[in-house]
Design a protein around this ligand. Sequence first.
Ligand code: DQQ
Length: 503
Amino acid sequence: MTHELTSPADIHVAEGLAERAHRDPHRPRFHFTSPGGWLNDPNGLTHWGGVYHLFYQYNPLAPAHHRIHWGHATSTDLVHWTDEPVALVPGADGPDRDGCWSGVLVDDGGTPTIVYSGRHGEQELPCVARGSADLRYWTKDPANPVITAPPEGVDVTAFRDHCVWRENGVWRQLVGSGIRGVGGTAFLYESEDLRSWRYIGPLLTGDASQNRGEPDWSGTMWECVDLFRLDGTDALVFSAWDEGTTHHPLYWTGRYEGDTFTPAGLHRLDYGGRYFYAPQSTRDEHGRRIMFGWLQEGRTDEADAEAGWCGVMSLPRVVTLGTDGRLAQAPVPELGVLRRDHVRLPASPLGDAYTRLHDVRGDQLDIETSLRLAPGATARLVIRETPDGAERTIVEVSRAYDGSGTLRLHREASSLDLTVDTEPLYGELPLDSEGLVDLRVLVDHSALEIFANGRPLTARVYPTRSHDAVGVGIGADGDVHLERFDAWQMASAFAEGPRPLWP
Ligand code: DQQ
């Protein structure tokens, strides 16, 4: 069995972090966070016997990426989460002594089985652990690592993270990697028993010389590869990585057949880049493709240390195939149970004006609006605004005269704190000939998730005047018609007070 964190000294440290964390005004209340300490990638996502299991990269002992464990939480509704015992702890020795890095969970003939990256020194290698029937306790395979080295003769930039599935009676696995001087890649393997693996070859390799430095640069390594099929189109999701320069999620659409993936297009998965990183998805028992990503922090390491926690899990998203052949994303409808105090505005033209909405204010909000934009028009939804406007965050949608659209998040005035990230973020907004934009904005303290015509932009904001940076307003330049506007307060998904650690 994995040993839990039971030393009194460790528990004291972790409880101290949880105590500090709950007092932080920037801590989200309906997004999943760890009880305290560090959280990064979602791992081992599964819907098992009616229960959603969310595992995650976790350091319970400091808000820093060090000696990563697998945290674990369960939910029956994707909204309320119960903390479970830590699932994987780095070994005292062995291939994961420096961390249990990202991986997935599969059903091996009824036995829940985790395939993860064990870290030792600067190297990660594939490892396996088998779970108890309730997925709470995990036993590492004595044969770990189950693959002892990256493919022979290939100069790799890294070798970690896993996508594992069953096909034609055998297991198949992708391991994220990169070929030095060429680009990111995913190596394909095959196995009968999840323990002994045959190397097949690279499923697909990117070209790192293309679009270097652009938001769709495919990087020198692909982290957290995730392959799935939606309505006959295959998607290969990965997090484009380059040492110290690049962290953003992308996906290929195309066709997976035999041992190769024939790409049709490469696209940005979320315009927030590193604020929706290392996503992983699973097909739930209702047949939906559910995806989570990691919202990194945009404040300094010192501020994270002070806060006692860092890292937010995105809201669970349903991913579908849009009519344009791209992925479309939306928060799961289950989140509706948190909605309170509905405010509806009448349909009206917006005019060249800015209106503060006195009935809609707060730092836990869900706003759904539809806007019709004439060519050359821009609409703005302002959130987290102080009464004097000194701090404000602006969600902007615009339609150019050539019919193209842009979604932008202006964070330049989000915070008077000069140490936090306030770079604007933006991406392409698909528009029909009517210029209609369905915009959904979820505000949860420092966490923002924006969906415009199915395209997401995820980010963090840290207003210094958190108590009065709660204003909401709407405005436009040019001809914009407000077709619909509904807003709700969002209740917290967690009880007040510090989260008790593991049971
Ligand atoms: N995070 C994990 C790695 C993965 C990276 C380590 C992505 O397995 O490549 O915590 O954020």
